[in-house]
Design a protein around this ligand. Structure first.
Ligand code: F6R
Length: 365
């Protein structure tokens, strides 16, 4: 049941604070350390990993891009991320020293399952992040991390995505602690910071009326862009997918610094550009990319951390997320974009929960 919500997508967006809490706090032991019962990677196993390969489709792939950032930064192992349907056909360099992380909400996506089998054949160890207990992907993996998001009914993935992000941070923190690549104080501090994201998401959801106003202003547009740098580029990709998927507005995501290599030619008077600028260390650069599109007539909607009011000089509209560590910002920045896609979809009269031509679980190649 929709529990009083008009659509499953909205209900599931609202379930994210709880989903994150479940995924995280139920895996903390009495000392506040991460305890992963279904993952059996020892210190020695981790030290023998020469490369991590993350494989997934769609939104789960976008979670994988954030996962790459977390693992490279915290565990200091090189990571590649690939779309499952591409991975299989390019003779990927995978061997017994490769850890393959498979991400799939349903655990049944055929391309992802086929990639898992291919990697297994090459001798890789398989760790999967999935939301469905006993799914095909869970059954065929060596180690499993279940996202405790609860059943996801809407075709567009929301709560599965944010719990996948939290899963990646937990896996990365655990690997980093086991191998001494993070000190105890920083490890504990980050766990506390992740815990706090649950309340911060709620704070964003409580400001939904601001997103409704923004949606009103872009609902009739035929196309738009999502731009960002670093982790914000990954969020741009997810925001763009969500918008296309449920509202059928044609949007594209671009690395903000790449715009001037071609794409900026498409900016016209009134073209909506959603600029994500959550990364403190990239803030100035992101603002200057917004200036570039603004100068060509774009209607700029910025997402920034509270306190960075300088962005108001450039953007037509600003949505502030609560202060957060750069590395964890992706858990928050996606929330206003999910809500924006949802509202634009409803305003356009689309079937939010069941977008045309799509299925929840893709079991064809
Ligand atoms: C987008 C969406 C899809 C899925 C993709 C993978 O909102 O839902 O892009 O993320 O089909 O599905 P799973 O995670 O079940 O493998």
């Amino acid at each position: 049941s929709k529990g009083g919500y008009e659509h499953f997508m909205l209900k599931e967006i609202h379930e994210q604070p709880r989903g994150i809490k479940e995924t995280l706090t139920k895996r903390l032991d009495e000392n506040g350390r991460i305890k992963l019962d279904d993952i059996h990677l020892t210190k020695e196993d981790i030290e023998n990993i020469s490369k991590v390969y993350i494989i997934a489709c769609g939104t789960a792939y976008h979670a994988g891009l954030v996962g790459r950032y977390a693992i490279e930064k915290l565990v200091k192992i090189p990571v590649e991320v690939d779309i499952a349907s591409e991975f299989r056909y390019r003779d990927p360099f995978v061997d017994e020293n490769t850890l393959v992380i498979i991400v799939s909400q349903s655990g049944e996506t055929l391309d992802t399952l086929a990639a898992l089998r291919e990697a297994k054949k090459k001798g890789a160890r398989i760790l999967s992040i999935t939301n469905v207990l006993g799914s095909s992907i869970a059954r065929e993996s060596d180690d499993v991390f279940y996202t405790w998001a609860g059943p996801e009914i809407a075709v567009a993935s929301t709560k599965a995505y944010t719990t996948q992000l939290v899963s990646f941070y937990m896996i990365a923190l655990d690997m980093a602690l086991k191998t001494g690549r993070i000190d105890d104080a920083e490890y504990k501090r980050m766990i506390e910071e992740i815990k706090l994201t649950s309340g911060k998401i709620q704070h964003i959801i409580d400001q939904d009326s601001k997103i409704v106003e923004i949606a009103e202003e872009i609902k009739e547009k035929h196309n738009g862009f999502f731009i960002g740098r670093g982790l914000d580029y990954n969020t741009a990709m997810e925001g763009s997918l969500k918008m296309k998927e449920v509202s059928y507005m044609h949007t594209e995501a671009f690395a903000a610094g790449e715009l001037k290599h071609g794409t900026i030619a498409l900016i016209e008077d009134g073209t909506p550009v959603i600029g994500i600028a959550s990364q403190e260390k990239l803030f100035e650069k992101s603002v200057s990319n917004m200036k570039e599109v603004k100068a060509r007539g774009a209607f700029v909607i910025a997402i920034a951390q509270e306190g960075n009011t300088e962005v108001e000089k450039v953007a037509d509209r600003v949505f502030y997320i609560p202060k957060v560590d750069d590395i964890l910002a992706s858990i928050l920045t996606v929330i206003p974009l999910q809500l924006m896609a949802y509202h634009v979809s409803v305003m356009r009269g689309c079937d939010v929960d069941k977008p045309k031509n799509l299925a929840k679980s893709v079991t064809v190649e």
